[in-house]
Every structure is written in structure tokens, then in C-alpha cells.
Write a protein that binds this ligand. Structure first.
Ligand code: SF4
Length: 208
């Protein structure tokens, strides 16, 4: 199949919006949301707590996806982007347009992507041990984003967080429980001075 005709299952794309969380918060970005994730986090806010049965998707070609890009950075999210074997091709094609690329991943599926790609690792191994983080991601990730629900997450990942301590580590409250989890995070920040709070600001300001 010619490169431009590669197809990807897409939930949705949106252009010229604001990155709401993590290191690039506040920057103008496009989103490409790839469909599919087997991890099954019960609080998944992208429709995969039940495997995505009710989550819309359509097949779209690489050339279509490239044509609609507007922003200087494209965030590839999901679902879980790394389950798609042509992810490295999608990344390379966007970089070749002169754009920057970020990928958000649970880290459960490894593939090599271009080294200039920004990787946000948001591990879910503590939620479903059947999908452990591929160890290489702890070295490769540019930032770590831990979703805090119970307050036990730091202990669970501490050895790996030590590996990643030269990169930004964000603690993000589980959205539906934020009144309970933000105080837990405030307490964690008193113990871990280099860690930072990440709020899902796009939900506070009502942008996609
Ligand atoms: S890994 Fe991410 S996309 Fe998959 S179920 Fe968990 S929160 Fe949802």
C-alpha cells in the first residue's frame, strides 16, 4: 500500500486547541485520537473502561490526517497509540511537515518512534497488572504523568520514578474524584519537591 494511503482507526481529530495538561500545558496543539486500547482502566475518560464498545471510530488515510494539521505541535493520543503498527510512519510524516509530535501512552506496548518525538508516559500497570509498562519507556519518556486515585501510586512506581527523576514528573488528580485526590497530591508534593501538580485545565475552561 502506498505510504499516503496507510489507514488508521480514528476516534476524532481536532485542530488549534489548547494542550490542557502536563509539560506543554497552554500550548496550541492539534489532536489525533487513535482508536483502541485493551487496558480497561475503570475511570478511563476516553471511552475504554469497557474496551471501547461504544466509542465511535472511522478509518482515515494518512494523507487526510496530514492535510488537516494546523498547529505547530500534534498530540497523538487514544486509546493507546502504540498498539498501531504504523504509528512510527504517522509520526515521521508529521515531523516531515515541520511540526512537533507528542504521544501519550500507558507504556504497555513498545515501538521505536523518531527520537525527536515527545513521549508522555502515563503508566496504568497499577490498574491492570496484565499490561505492565515496557521498561524501555522509563528511559525513553520525556515526562511522566501519574494519575492519582488512591494515593498509593507513588509507592507502587517509586523505583521506576527514580530512573526518571531527571525528567518532569506530574501528579494529576483523577478527574471524577478531584475533590478527594487534590489534597492527596498536595501532601505528596510536600514529600517530593521536584514533582508537580497537573490539572486537566481543558476541562476547567471547557475546550476539547
Ligand atoms: S490506558 Fe488510557 S486509554 Fe487505555 S483504558 Fe486506561 S486510561 Fe483509557
Amino acid at each position: 500500500m502506498p505510504f499516503a494511503e496507510l489507514e488508521f482507526p480514528i476516534h476524532e481529530t481536532f485542530q488549534s486547541t489548547v494542550q490542557g495538561e502536563g509539560f506543554w500545558v497552554g500550548s496550541l496543539v492539534d489532536f489525533i485520537r487513535l482508536a483502541g486500547c485493551p487496558v480497561g482502566c475503570p475511570w478511563c475518560d476516553t471511552g475504554y473502561s469497557d474496551g471501547g464498545k461504544h466509542t465511535p471510530r472511522e478509518m482515515r488515510s494518512l494523507s487526510e490526517l496530514l492535510k488537516e494539521i494546523e498547529s505547530p505541535r500534534v498530540v497523538i493520543s487514544g486509546g493507546e497509540p502504540f498498539i498501531h503498527r504504523h504509528l512510527p510512519d504517522l509520526v515521521r510524516a508529521i515531523l516531515d511537515l515541520g511540526k512537533q509530535v507528542s504521544i501519550e501512552t500507558s507504556g504497555a506496548f513498545w515501538q521505536d518512534v523518531a527520537p525527536e518525538t515527545w513521549i508522555t508516559l502515563s503508566p496504568k500497570q497499577h490498574v491492570n497488572a496484565n499490561f505492565p509498562v515496557q521498561v524501555a519507556f522509563w528511559e525513553r519518556a520525556n515526562e511522566i504523568k501519574l494519575v492519582i486515585s488512591t494515593g498509593k501510586e507513588l509507592d507502587y512506581y517509586q523505583d521506576y520514578l527514580n530512573i526518571a527523576s531527571d525528567r518532569p514528573i506530574f501528579l494529576q488528580p483523577e478527574w471524577h474524584e478531584r475533590d478527594r485526590t487534590i489534597p492527596i497530591i498536595a501532601n505528596m508534593l510536600r514529600q517530593k519537591h521536584s514533582y508537580r501538580l497537573s490539572l486537566q485545565t481543558h476541562k476547567y475552561i471547557g475546550v476539547a
